[in-house]
Design a protein around this ligand. Structure first.
Ligand code: B12
Length: 331
């Protein structure tokens, strides 16, 4: 992220404002698009248990193993009182798709540098500001890197609402954003929640090709193309595979059709710009051939690494079949 040092900004009037304002000014200065605060007292059962009990986490057994801590933030940080939620917009334009060879599509969040790494320093800086503003407090951070339910906390912190596709929509920004949390023992004035503005719209539910959004805000991972192409380590069932189209990693359909994303502002974070046309539109041939050198050269440092070469090869085989059946000369 574009980092500026909040501590060097002693002349900024925000520096003299309340603790909350200091934290928010630091978050803005560090490049975050939204920052809100939730009280740990707002934690309550919002359906997470039922989601796990229904097996909607599919084979993500790590979610079941950590279900307790995901529902009791004080198990993550003893004495936790507040959660500072941060969001960073990653919406960028796609590079032009070369028409030279058969290519798949990678979902937008994975075109640039891996967000876990890109955001870590800036999130850590916000945590430092929190610790400094509230002396004696302790904090821990999560950037999709710890058993912290970032969407539930983002809703409680009032930075956006949980949309029908289950993603957080931030007013004026949309849903193309990453979330991160600073959990702290400090008692900080919480922000009010943002009202749900999905109304009667069901565009995401109707557009999902596999019917993975089984009810408003409820995604069944075992039907979700994002789950199968990123997290599933086994075979992808044919009833999902045939709807993957050219999607070789992740899926953006439920965000692309969302009216709140129509006027999404461009991200100002250089790390999230597409690395190359191959990261966004990877040619299928080197994936099908299992070329490790090519894979490392194109995807090292991006979220695509999570699927590993083996997973991407499996996905590429499906995409080749979807695009041209058995009629391709590719390996
Ligand atoms: C597991 C996981 C997945 C799974 C399951 C998805 C799912 N919908 O749960 C899979 C692999 C399918 C997945 C896919 C994607 N993911 Co994901 N994923 C996660 C992860 C690690 C945990 C989510 C989880 O706990 N799910 C279980 C549900 C039941 O719990 P929940 O998230 O807390 O959400 C529920 C509550 O908020 C509750 N709820 C409903 N209304 C209300 C109202 C209030 C007031 C409250 C408090 C709660 C509440 O219902 C919500 C939905 O069921 C988070 C990171 C994290 N640590 O939180 C990222 C995360 C949710 N993923 C993210 C992204 C970007 C994606 C993809 C867009 C990637 C892609 N392009 O392929 C897709 C989107 C697909 C989709 N529509 O969900 C972002 C979402 C950012 C945002 N704007 O919301 C996160 C937050 C990562 C991050 N740090 O940025 N993901």
């Amino acid at each position: 992220m574009s980092i500026t040092d909040p501590f060097s900004n002693g002349g900024d009037p925000a520096f003299f404002a309340s603790g909350t304002e200091k934290i928010k000014a630091a978050a803005r200065g560090l490049g975050f698009d939204a920052c809100g605060i939730a009280s740990v007292a707002s934690e309550q059962d919002d359906g997470f248990n039922a989601w796990i009990d229904a097996g909607m986490h599919a084979d993500m057994s790590w979610m079941e193993r950590t279900r307790e801590v995901r529902q009791r933030i004080s198990l993550f940080l003893p004495g936790a009182r507040s959660v500072v939620m941060l969001a960073a917009n990653y919406f960028t334009d796609p590079p032009d798709k070369p028409e030279d060879t058969l290519r798949g599509r990678v979902s937008r969040y994975a075109w640039g540098r891996d967000y876990h790494r890109a955001m870590r320093r800036a999130v850590g800086k916000v945590a430092e500001v929190v610790d400094q503003v509230f002396p004696g407090s302790r904090s821990r951070i999560s950037i999709d890197s710890a058993p912290v339910r970032e969407r539930a906390w983002a809703a409680r912190a009032g930075i956006g609402w949980v949309a029908k596709n289950s993603l957080i929509i931030i007013p004026g920004v949309g849903s193309w954003c990453f979330l991160a949390a600073v959990v702290t023992t400090a008692e900080i004035q919480p922000d009010p929640p943002v009202p749900d503005r999905c109304g009667s719209c069901r565009a995401c539910m109707d557009a999902c090709p596999t019917g993975a959004i089984v009810a408003p805000r409820v995604v069944d991972s075992s039907r979700c193309v994002a789950y199968h192409t990123i997290e599933n380590r086994g075979a992808i069932p044919p009833e999902v595979a045939r709807f993957m189209g050219d999607m070789v990693f992740g899926c953006d359909i439920c965000q692309e059709v969302c009216p709140w994303n129509r006027r999404a502002p461009r991200s100002h974070i250089r790390d999230f710009l597409p690395r190359s046309e191959d990261t966004a539109w990877p040619p299928l041939a080197p994936l099908l051939a299992g070329s490790r050198d090519w894979f490392e050269a194109v995807f090292t440092g991006t979220p695509v690494r999570r699927a590993k070469l083996e997973g991407m090869r499996r996905n590429a085989e499906i995409v080749r079949n979807n695009l041209c059946g058995g009629a391709s000369d590719l390996p």
